[in-house]
Structures are given as C-alpha cells and as structure tokens.
Design a protein around this ligand. Sequence first.
Ligand SMILES: Cc1ncc(COP(=O)(O)O)c(C=O)c1O
Length: 298
Amino acid sequence: VGVHAVTQSEAGEVVYLNGQLVARSEARIDPEDRGFLFGDGIYEVLEVQAGLPLFAQAHYERLVRSAQAIQLSVPLDKDGFLRTIRELVAANGVEEGLVYLQVTRGVAPRSHAFPQGEVPPTVFAFARSQPPDPSLAQGVAAVVLPDQRWYRVDLKTVNLLPNVLASQEARRRGAYEAILVRDGVVTECSHSNVWMVRGGVVYTHPADTWILHGVTRAVTLQAARQAGIDVREEAFLEVDLWEAQELFLTSTTAGVVPIVRINGRPVGTGVPGPVTGQVSRAYRQAVEAELRRLREES
Ligand SMILES: Cc1ncc(COP(=O)(O)O)c(C=O)c1O
C-alpha cells in the first residue's frame, strides 16, 4: 500500500484501488475498464470475524486459479494479498464483516479480444462491517430455478447476471435463495452451495466445472467428516429435493444455513434438522480453530 494511505477516521470508508488505500469518495475507475464493459474480471469475498479475515489462503488460491483460467495475472502475491486485506480491515475498523476484492483485465479501448501490449489489471477491494444475521439459524426459504449460467461456473468471475436474476426472482417470491437445476441435476444456489440430507447421509455436488468450489463448502466437508458425519460429493436430482429430510446451504458470509421451505413447501418437518445442526456445529468449530490459528500467528 502506497504513501497516500488514509484511514477511516480521516476519510470515511477507505477502499483499496491499484496499490493504494484511498477514500471511497476519491476512488475512480475508468469507464472503459474491461470489468465494467465486459465483466472481464474475477473476485473473492472473505469473511471477517474478530477483525481477522478467515481462510485467506484458500481464497487467494481460488483467486489465482480463476485468474489463470482466464489468462489474467493477479498483481498481488500471497503476502501482498494478505497484507492488503489486513490493512483494509484495520483502516475501516471492521470487526464482523466481509472483504470484497476484484481484479479486472484493466482499461483499454473497447474491443472484445484482450488488449495488446501491457495493460495493468485493475484491483479494487473494500472491507465492510456486516454483523451476522442470527435469524438465519431458524432456516430460510428457497425456490427452485433453472441454472442458466455458462459452463465454467467454477471460476469466480464477475459475470453474475444469471445469479443476479435468480436471486431477484427468489426475493420476489419471498425466498432467501434460488436452488439451481441443470438438466434435472441440482448444482448449487445463486450465491451459495447446497446440500441435501437423505437417510442420514449428506450429499453435495462434486467440485467440478458446474459449481463454484465454495471455501465454506470445503471447510464444511472436512469439518463434517472429522465429526464422523457421512458426507458424499455426489450430485442429486431436482426430484430428490421434494423427498429430502433436510436441506442446507453454505457460503462465506452466511456459514451453514438450514433451508426449511422450498417453493412454499416444508422441507422435512419444516424446522432445521438434526444433521444440519451437527454440520453447523462442526463448521463453527472449524471457524474457532481458524481464529485461534490466526491469533497465534499475529
Ligand atoms: C454461485 C456461488 N456458489 C457458492 C458460493 C459459496 O462460496 P464461498 O463459500 O466461497 O463463499 C458463492 C459465494 O458467493 C457463490 O456465488
């Protein structure tokens, strides 16, 4: 972070733009940024608890993987990424919240193919306070919608229009999330991964090109397995949803969230189920372990 770094007390919200912390009101992105014109960019969202960004290594690795797949280079190495995020969190005094970081293919005269010559990527990030929503623990409603996205949704790109439309349709119908279905197969949700419990076994779609490889999904998988829960990375069908004993979703900002209604019908008994409870506790323990590790490190 450069010499012009400012803090929140001087300038309100402080954001990171191309190597510097600046007042949000001073942050300017060129209208011919390829992120704006083409959605030609990638992003990450990290959770902050007790002022500490969680699972930053996994988020950095996913960012680099997304970047490589679209032939973009991330102008931050792992240490630079971690430092940037920590400084941004500190500058904004975020205790509970999130960090958003986006990298685009930079500014160039509008033309679909990559710009010729050296164009520096644009890197933008913000950190924001967002206290956890305790009502999520009581379970949320979801609706089932077609998965209208492209074939590489494992890449965390800013091309989110199908996700935006699905999320809006869910909200219009009074639901928190949209469960997406492609060719009869449940993939994931508009901004989270989805899991089903049947016969005491937990199922979630394998981490291939048809879902985003959620960091929370990976942490939850490992934590649930360590807790002795039978978890299988096997796809399930839309028809299975109607018979599911329990459903839940996972995401960075929400954690493990029970789904208690789909398309207006109760899931199982219509209240958060026991397996979801076990998985949720296992996930919270993994978060506690991560917080302990981060505190020891600092
Ligand atoms: C489409 C989609 N799937 C899954 C997730 C969950 O991923 P993570 O646990 O890394 O937040 C997200 C997060 O925003 C998402 O947008």
